[in-house]
Design a protein around this ligand. Structure first.
Ligand SMILES: [Zn+2]
Length: 120
């Protein structure tokens, strides 16, 4: 009990040190972080408008969708139908002709993509 050792041996407590507060597992074997990686990607969807070099109202631009090219094409097809407009997919971004930001935001949220409006 009455040892005269310096305090430094108690710095690394296994009880309070590196235990994940969410799953109560050691940080080294924590599973929370792996799960969380998916969420920011899904919530990083942005709906903006691009008018530079475009005619009229420009295009509505949807970026940040973590989908592969085929899935983007399929989604773009449905969104074009929804807006009654043309559009394209390029470099992972869906472009719909005209300003359909409000319609597309609502539609994306319904599909489980918590999109946010970007730009003006
Ligand atoms: Zn954890």
């Amino acid at each position: 009990m009455a040892t005269m050792k310096p305090m430094k041996t108690t710095v690394y407590s296994t009880d309070h040190g590196r235990i994940c507060p969410e799953c109560d597992k050691p940080v080294a074997s924590c599973i929370c972080r792996q799960k969380k990686v998916v969420v920011p990607a899904k919530s990083g969807v942005r709906v903006g408008r691009e008018t530079k070099g475009r005619k009229g109202k420009g295009v509505t631009v949807i970026s940040g969708l973590p989908l592969d090219a085929a899935a983007l094409e399929a989604l773009a097809k449905e969104l074009k139908k929804r807006c009654g407009s043309g559009g394209t997919v390029k470099e992972g971004v869906i472009e719909i002709q005209g300003d359909h930001r409000d319609v597309l935001l609502e539609d994306l949220v319904k599909r489980g993509w918590p999109a946010k409006k970007s730009g003006g």
